[in-house]
Design a protein around this ligand. Structure first.
Ligand code: URA
Length: 240
């Protein structure tokens, strides 16, 4: 990896700012003063210091994104903006990817990481990691729907969902819509929309609020993201 990229990634600002540091004779690689940001270093092996301080290299990155509508949960796409396009260039350096998919029109919590093992654990059907969604539904959600979700909805392809906890949180009688919260245990394609379709209802708006122990940080505006805290990372790693 180029030294200036490495510095930008480890929090020493943009490449331009890294250049200033290099010019100011503040950077050493393996105890040798370095002025050229273009040199290649091995972040795992070489020791880099800035103003005498050893720079720690993080092999993994973990971000929580408040996904807005209109972007797709992919790393690249020729037609659409992806969730990775929402990251600052230095946050893309370690090739993070979204853990699972939210539909283009779904908002909410999306974990973005390059930790394949963690992603695998979170997505593995065997782990049955709970996901909680808030939604606006066309029509009035009633006791029969709540019971059907508790009994296990059968999707259009015959898949039987595990018992899902559906809670009615509001009714707009003028618009004839309901607001709900639902917790599901699988991650089938369009699952929430298909579960409501199975009870002849339509999802008008969908937002994911939790994934396992991870909760959406509601202080994040739509389209914004932040690094996970150490506590959040540990909680996610404790899933097994
Ligand atoms: N269920 C859906 O229908 N869509 C999503 O984006 C997530 C879950």
């Amino acid at each position: 990896m180029r030294l200036d990229k490495f510095l930008a990634h480890t929090g020493y600002g943009s490449r331009k700012e890294a250049k200033e540091l290099l010019k100011g004779k503040q950077i050493t690689v393996n105890n040798r003063l370095v002025k050229d940001g273009k040199i290649q270093i091995d972040p795992e092996k070489d020791q880099v210091t800035v103003s005498g301080e050893v720079v720690k290299f993080q092999a993994f990155c973990y971000f929580m994104l408040h996904k807005p509508q209109g972007v797709i949960s992919a790393t690249e796409d020729n037609l659409h903006k992806t969730v990775i396009d929402l990251l600052a260039p230095q946050d893309r350096l370690l090739h993070p990817f979204p853990v699972g998919r939210l539909d283009k029109d779904t908002e909410g919590l999306l974990l973005i990481t390059n930790d394949g093992k963690l992603a695998h654990n979170l997505l593995s059907p065997k782990k049955e990691v709970d996901k909680c969604y808030e939604a606006v539904i066309e029509g009035i959600v009633d006791e029969a729907d709540i019971q059907a979700f508790a009994d296990g909805i059968i999707l259009d392809d015959g898949f039987i969902c595990r018992s899902a906890h559906l809670t009615l949180t509001g009714i707009d009688s003028d618009k004839q819509t309901s607001t709900i919260q639902v917790t599901i245990h699988e991650g089938k394609f369009h699952q929430v929309k298909r579960m409501f379709k199975a009870v002849n209802k339509k999802v008008l708006y969908l937002k994911r609020v939790t994934m396992g122990p991870l909760k959406l940080d509601e202080t994040l505006a739509l389209g914004k993201y932040r690094k996970l805290t150490e506590v959040e990372i540990e909680l996610l790693k404790s899933i097994n």
